[in-house]
Design a protein around this ligand. Structure first.
Ligand SMILES: Nc1ncnc2c1ncn2[C@@H]1O[C@H](COP(=O)(O)OP(=O)(O)OP(=O)(O)O)[C@@H](O)[C@H]1O
Length: 369
């Protein structure tokens, strides 16, 4: 059986923009639609897809799109044979032999998710050839998964009511990406991922790498200014910032624009990511280490704290008291009892779990400690 993913999205940074996007996507998922997050590399599609899947509170199956992927990788295939031999020697002089050879069918991720009502996260699905994804058409629309003919099992699977799929994709001009069939797009609600704003990038660098907000802002300023000056939107962004931050943090390199070691790291990470002529790109990057030029380039707002910072005490107290009285409840019950939306409820539950005040039992009920 394929491995189930338990995507507790720790370290997920929730800014007002991300939260709005999350709420929109969640609304569509709760109404039974599958969601498609589309946008350039490094805008946080996969991270948001896993966060959404986590909010749905169902086991998660993860598939990565790939040119080599086959339909059988999605639905399953025949794997070996089972042989049954019956020897009947009831009358000692007579032997009756029955030999039966049966093909074994092994479900793959889509089939399992559709059967059991899991959440399927299909990352970069347009890297798979379009015909491979055809099997998704009836799964999403008619809620029927059609399997290849076989005598030993049913050829149609009725899709479980809780099955949801979350797709992510890169724009079609990216290398190795196929055009997406209109029929598939027509069955999905597509949300375009915005480029993460400076405040989101800063918050992510602080949360993921553990640098200070001022250091994070210095890196984000440099990366965004380089992106603007070179006109390169495709490969320079959040990931470059995360790499610079991680390297500097781990090697105790001071994150300041007048530090030679910091300048070198920025050059190494950024110069390889632009199509601009190297000498021109080099000149651009040198202007960024001039404090006046950088300040003029990017009047970025000061970092604002992430929304995932500690919840206000009142709703958390409400959730805790409810759990205390009810002796355990599931996410949907908590949500309706305290009148909060899913994102708010999950944030509070996480916060209470981190404080050791509640725990999640095997029936996925939250129990007050
Ligand atoms: N909201 C977030 N909270 C914390 N980290 C984030 C968030 N969004 C993105 N990141 C981090 O930014 C990096 C890029 O994010 P992610 O891989 O989700 O982007 P993507 O759009 O799926 O990229 P690609 O198209 O290249 O797969 C990752 O290291 C991820 O952990």
């Amino acid at each position: 059986m394929p491995t189930l993913l338990n995507a507790r999205s720790r370290g997920f940074v929730n800014t007002p923009t991300i939260e709005r996007l999350t709420n929109r996507a969640l609304r569509y998922l709760q109404s039974g639609f599958s969601v498609h997050l589309r946008g350039p590399a490094g805008t946080g599609k996969t991270t948001l897809a896993l966060h959404l899947a986590d909010l749905l509170s169902r086991p998660i199956m993860l598939i990565f799109g790939d040119d080599e992927l086959k339909t059988s990788d999605l639905i399953g295939n025949q794997s070996g044979y089972t042989r049954k031999k019956v020897v009947d020697n009831y009358i000692h002089s007579v032997i009756k032999l029955e030999d039966e050879l049966r093909k074994n069918w092994v479900d793959s991720r889509l089939t399992l998710a559709a059967k059991e009502g899991f959440t399927l996260v299909y990352d970069e699905f347009n890297r798979s050839r379009p015909e491979v994804n055809n099997v998704l058409l009836s799964t999403l629309e008619e809620k029927l998964l059609v399997l290849p003919p076989n005598n030993s099992r049913t050829e149609y699977i009725r899709v479980h009511a809780q099955f949801r799929a979350i797709f992510t994709s890169n724009p079609e001009e990216y290398c190795g990406v196929h055009a997406t069939q209109d029929a598939l797009l027509d069955r999905l609600v597509t949300l375009n991922m915005p480029d993460p704003e400076a405040e989101t990038q800063t918050a992510i660098l602080v949360e993921k790498i553990g640098i200070t907000p001022e250091e994070a802002q210095t890196i984000v300023d440099i990366v965004m200014a380089f992106q603007q000056k070179t006109g390169n939107q495709k490969t320079i962004g959040l990931r470059s910032g995360l790499m610079i931050a991680k390297i500097c943090h781990e090697h105790e390199i001071a994150i300041a624009i007048n530090q030679e070691a910091f300048q070198e790291v920025c050059e190494d990470i950024l110069l390889s990511r632009t199509d601009l002529d190297l000498s021109k790109a080099n000149r651009v990057i040198q202007t960024l280490f001039d404090p006046q030029s950088l300040n003029a380039q990017s009047a970025l707002p000061p970092p604002t704290p992430a929304v995932s910072a500690p919840e206000p005490p009142q709703p958390a107290q409400k959730v805790y008291s409810f759990l205390h009285q009810s002796q355990g409840a599931k996410l949907s019950d908590i949500e309706s009892a305290v009148g909060l939306n899913r994102v708010e409820t999950v944030n509070i539950l996480r916060h209470l779990m981190e404080q050791g005040k509640i725990r999640l039992n095997e029936e996925r009920k939250y129990i007050a400690q």
